[in-house]
Design a protein around this ligand. Structure first.
Ligand SMILES: Nc1ncnc2c1ncn2[C@@H]1O[C@H](COP(=O)(O)OP(=O)(O)OP(=O)(O)O)[C@@H](O)[C@H]1O
Ligand SMILES: [Mg+2]
Length: 243
């Protein structure tokens, strides 16, 4: 057994809820939802960490407009820098704007290593921005982090929801808690995703409209807080996460 796996749960002992923002499908808005949710929780006065686990395509630093050269400190592990009030970890601290060409096993290894060495300190919430898919990162986290919970993001498209359905069934089989489903980039009032989510026995948390102003808010946290996305996630946080 890898000794780092025992260390991980010890490291996360002082972390409250650990929320993986995930989707079987790519490009549905996971990073935007994870970052905005973390910022909203921090705005409410919670102590929040944000961990970008999309090692091949990290983007939470771009969403927050964070400098790439903020370096974590080292002291019996790695202490994440504070960015926009969040304890923030990303592979960009180490690789800058260079691609991190990692194969599957290397990704798993980097994930285990970072989980084992990061000193999050006392947190109420640790939000994880997951890479797309139901692959290694999801399976590694479920195996390694005992208290992990999932917040699933989908779009109204059947192409996204069919994959999300599979992911939900997999997590249910593995007895992993699912906080609920967020339907992002909604263009109309259709409620079929909400219905289908209910049939799976999972809570439908919110529909988030497609907001053309989002692109302008990328890299500007104040603008981001003014978007429809932030407003809906503020409600989700109050009703389903901090209560
Ligand atoms: N509600 C929304 N309205 C408008 N644009 C949005 C919305 N949500 C996300 N986007 C945009 O859609 C794109 C994809 O979002 P994001 O990068 O957060 O998705 P992702 O699921 O993390 O993607 P990946 O699978 O590559 O990690 C981005 O350009 C983002 O700004
Ligand atoms: Mg992403």
């Amino acid at each position: 057994m890898d000794p780092r796996t025992t260390v991980i749960n010890k490291r996360l002992q002082r972390t409250g809820r650990i929320i993986a923002v995930s989707s079987g499908k790519g490009g549905v808005g996971k990073s935007l939802v994870a970052t905005t949710l973390a910022l909203e929780l921090a705005q409410k006065g919670c102590r929040v960490g944000l961990f970008d686990l999309d090692f091949t395509s990290p983007s939470t630093h771009l969403i927050m407009g964070a400098a790439e050269n903020v370096l974590p400190e080292e002291d019996k592990g790695i202490i994440p820098p504070v960015v926009e009030g969040l304890a923030y970890m990303s592979l960009i601290h180490f690789s800058g704007d260079h691609a991190a060409p990692l194969r599957g096993a290397d990704v798993s290894n980097a994930l285990v290593e970072l989980l084992a060495v990061t000193q999050w300190g006392d947190l109420d919430f640790l939000v994880l921005d997951m890479p797309p898919g139901i692959g290694d990162a999801v399976l590694d986290l479920v195996r390694l982090v005992k208290r992990i919970e999932f917040l699933i993001v989908t779009t109204p498209s059947r192409l996204a929801f069919e994959t999300v359905k599979k992911q939900i069934r997999l997590l249910q089989e593995l007895n992993v808690p699912i906080i609920g489903v967020v339907e992002n980039m909604k263009m109309n009032m259709a409620d079929d995703i909400e219905q289908e989510t209910g049939k799976l026995g999972v809570k439908f948390l919110a529909g988030i409209p497609y907001d053309p102003m989002v692109e302008d808010a990328i890299g500007d946290v104040e603008k981001l807080r003014g978007t429809a996305i932030a407003k809906r996630l503020r409600e989700v946080a109050a009703k389903n996460i901090t209560q």
